[in-house]
Design a binder for this molecule. Structure first.
Ligand SMILES: Cc1ncc(COP(=O)(O)O)c(C=O)c1O
Length: 392
């Protein structure tokens, strides 16, 4: 079966955030959107068929667990992540960020400090702060041309009093796929201080190089002190269906999490989201393998283009995710200038780095989940705008 990730499909007018909300979000219309993390591709055929089949049934009352979902997900995790889980560990949640917020409410109190490794996916800050908790930021450092965890800083921050750590694995926005050694060290530091780890593994299937290791797999102690949040939403482009999985091996943590989820009114899972997830886990693997090849090709093209035509823009190639964390500091613009230049002069929408925390100043995040032609057009626009600015 061949898959065509280079077909351009019109998304404008479909009520999608990436293409239809640029005016609301950036104050500018008609920009080429390579920002929010969803893809300009159709979901796998089997997923679309499962949705049509469920829709044709015609009765959309309260949902129960979708037949086949747990079996397909368990098989997937075993095969692709090397992780064998039990049915009882799984809870269907209405999205990874909603699940994170419920975990914060279940395991921390207002005023508690929650650790994040920065730069960080902006909704993590919002989830912590809008729920009356405080962010304890632990900046990553760049060493040997690679983003790394800063362990002395991690220990120091946790020693100052932290209840819970949000691990982003693989990391959005820097694209690191954490290695076993790094996860073991982080897990040991957290366990010794009884800091609960909430491991957001939503990008765990988007691996360009290396291997994704689910955090609880590394030891029974880590399994007892963690929750994994994941979903088919990034992997198969199903974010609009709002279904995710919260995986909790420890029965006491599970009881507390479920109590908050039920108390929040999320006791019934979305029927379409579940049908799509079940089909994706059961049948989506060949599609995903082809998708990863497309991303690797887009990334190579992106790196080539920067090297040849835009040497002022610097990138450490991501190992996972379809996002590129682009260092624009050599352009010498402040964040407002950078934003205005890319939006208004180049006509492209990327995510502003400073929204990922202070370490993101001077950076932009670019989403490569688009047809090659769209990426070429975006980079061409940036090149032309830079030339015009230099008066060449
Ligand atoms: C690390 C991370 N977590 C969570 C989400 C959002 O998850 P959901 O849409 O299920 O709330 C994203 C989306 O980009 C993400 O990158």
């Amino acid at each position: 079966m061949s898959y065509d990730f280079n077909r351009v499909i019109e998304r404008r007018g479909s009520g999608c955030m990436k293409w239809d909300d640029t005016e609301d979000y950036f104050g500018v219309r008609d920009v080429l959107p390579l920002w929010v993390a969803d893809m300009d591709f159709e979901a796998p055929r089997e997923v679309r068929e499962a949705l049509l089949k469920r829709a044709k049934h015609g009765i959309y009352g309260y949902g129960a667990r979708c037949p086949g979902l747990y079996e397909a997900q368990k098989e997937w995790l075993k095969r692709r992540w090397g992780w064998e889980i039990e049915d009882s560990w799984l809870t269907v949640s209405p999205g990874v960020i909603p699940a994170l917020i419920m975990a914060l409410r279940a395991f921390t109190e207002p005023g508690d400090r929650v650790a994040l490794q920065t730069p960080s996916y902006p909704p993590f800050f919002a989830a912590v702060e809008k729920n009356g908790r405080q962010v304890a930021a632990i900046p990553l450092k760049v060493e040997g041309g690679r983003y790394q965890m800063d362990f002395p800083r991690l220990e120091e921050t946790l020693d100052a009093g932290v209840k819970l750590l949000i691990l982003c694995s693989p990391h959005n926005p820097v694209g690191r796929v954490w290695e076993e050694e790094e996860l073991r060290r982080l897990g040991g530091i957290c366990c010794r201080r009884r800091v609960l780890v909430v491991s957001d593994e939503i990008h765990g299937d988007i691996i360009l190089s290396g291997r994704h290791i689910p955090f609880p797999l590394l030891s029974p102690e880590f399994a007892g002190n963690s929750l994994v949040l994941t979903s088919t939403s990034k992997t198969f482009n199903l974010a609009g269906l709002q279904v995710s999985s919260t995986i909790i091996p420890n029965p006491e943590l599970r009881r507390r999490y479920r109590h908050v989820q039920q108390g929040s009114g999320f006791s019934r899972p979305n029927i379409f989201g579940q049908a799509a997830a079940a089909a994706a886990y059961a049948h989506g693997e060949p599609w995903l393998e082809a998708l990863l090849e497309h991303f690797r090709g887009n990334l190579q093209f992106f790196l080539y283009y920067l090297r040849e035509h835009l040497p002022e823009l610097v990138v450490i190639p991501p190992e996972g995710t379809y996002l590129v964390w682009m260092d624009c500091r050599r352009l010498g613009m402040d964040d407002q200038e950078l934003r205005d230049f890319f939006l208004k002069e180049a006509g492209v929408a990327f995510n502003s780095g400073h929204t990922f925390g202070p370490e993101g100043r001077g950076f932009l995040r670019v989403n490569l989940a688009c047809p090659r032609k769209v990426l070429e057009e975006a980079l061409g626009r940036v090149q032309r705008a830079l030339r015009a600015r230099k008066g060449q």
